[in-house]
Design a protein around this ligand. Structure first.
Ligand code: GLA
Length: 387
């Protein structure tokens, strides 16, 4: 569904559910990451961009201290008392806005207005494309509109990350919220996760297309797989005895191998390699060196599969298919994207061959797994905003 329809659906939803005409509409996109995976919490570099797919919230203040939220997903409206502290509660999905409202209030010392809201989305949920960050950023942006208090973008993204940590219990890095907050049309959001500063990198070559392929499987998810990876990287850094991964070389990792044990060693090797690969990819992109860029993407996938162990059979199959089409088939590079254990792959390809690549990925993936994937072409788009 395109964004105009999505907005109409949100406005109509607000009208049908609460009998209200929307005064504020917020949009925030999901993200895909070209390269730099599982290193945003290791002071690394990451290279995501904001998707064209958004979460939309249409709302109107209701003059009370209760927030009522309904969504096109069909669940009953949730009621949240915003007159004081906003605790976690059931249903789980409403903890994203709960957390964001709580931290918005703390950040700005404002009295939150009650409002009624209706949510629509075309960010595949469970697709590893950060629908949760989109939901957080859409909520924070809506609150800016309703209160008239504009936060600086970084503060807004960090507040949303805090909601994800404490209300959704996922100890994520800053990539998703930054990509959704800072994204711009035709720009990648290169984030230096040590300084916490994003840089917008032009990505507007019409000959290049990004294909996002959702495997439509989600294994384990937040059942501790993510947290245990993060913990292993912390253990690795501690064993090496440096204060940041940015000071660590592969030789440092190798020298600490005995002390670390196999698993922490593998995780550490991924971190150092992925930081180098991401820096290399940014340079290759700038130089239009697509051979190098493609090799780095494949190497990133292999490292996530073998050393970091966050891939899965379906992701590997999707990448294998892309790789087998090869340069002749127009594929530059491919890898899993996001947290892993299912979700999506990102494939960089020649625009002229994009449609045939989508067809081949769809057919061969379905043939090999029995699952119909969700595959779309994507360009960097605008970050969170009021419409
Ligand atoms: C999830 C997290 C991000 C990042 C990625 C892996 O999307 O939310 O912070 O760690 O996984 O790169």
């Amino acid at each position: 569904m395109d964004i105009t329809h999505l907005i109409d659906e949100a406005k109509n939803g607000l009208q049908d559910t609460f009998g209200l005409e929307a005064t504020h509409i917020a949009a925030a996109p999901g993200r895909v990451n070209l390269i730099g995976e599982h290193i945003d919490y290791c002071d690394g570099f990451v290279l995501p961009f904001a998707l064209e797919q958004n979460i939309i919230i249409a709302a109107k203040a209701n003059g009370t201290s209760t927030v009522r939220i309904a969504s096109s997903q069909g669940s009953d409206p949730v009621e949240i008392d915003v007159s004081g502290e906003i605790p976690e509660a059931e249903p789980k999905w409403a903890n994203y806005p709960r957390g964001v409202m709580q931290y918005f209030r703390e950040q700005t010392s404002c009295t939150l207005p009650g409002f009624d809201a209706y949510i629509t989305s075309n960010v595949p949920s469970g697709g590893g494309l950060s629908s949760s960050a989109a939901f957080e950023l859409a909520t924070a942006t809506l609150l800016e509109g309703l209160t008239g208090i504009k936060l600086d973008t970084k503060t807004k993204a960090l507040l949303c990350q805090k909601a994800e940590h404490n209300y959704a219990h996922c100890p994520c890095g800053i990539m998703d919220q930054f990509a959704s907050a800072f994204g711009e049309k035709d720009r990648l959001v290169m984030i230096d996760c040590q300084s916490g500063e994003p840089t917008l990198v032009p990505f507007e070559n019409p000959d290049l297309t990004v294909i996002v392929a959702n495997t439509c499987v989600a294994h384990e998810l937040s059942d501790g797989g993510y947290a245990s990876r993060r913990k292993a990287t912390e253990d690795g850094l501690q064993t090496i005895g440096k204060s940041s991964w940015r000071q660590v070389s592969m030789a440092d990792v190798d020298a600490a191998k005995e002390q670390m044990g196999d698993v922490v060693y593998q995780r550490s090797r991924h971190v150092v390699g992925e930081i180098q690969r991401t820096m290399g990819a940014a340079k290759a992109l700038e130089a239009n060196d697509f051979d190098t860029l493609g090799s780095l993407m494949y190497a990133s996938h292999a490292s996530l599969r073998d050393d970091f162990e966050v891939s899965c059979e379906e992701l590997d199959i999707m990448v294998e298919i892309a790789q087998s089409l090869g340069k002749d088939g127009g594929v530059i590079g491919s890898r899993m994207t996001g947290g892993g254990f299912g979700g999506s792959t990102v494939t960089l390809c020649e625009s002229s061959k994009a449609n045939s690549i989508v067809a081949a990925l769809t057919n061969q993936y379905t043939e090999r797994t029995g699952i119909t994937p969700e595959i779309f072409l994507s360009r960097p788009s605008q970050g969170a905003r009021l419409l």
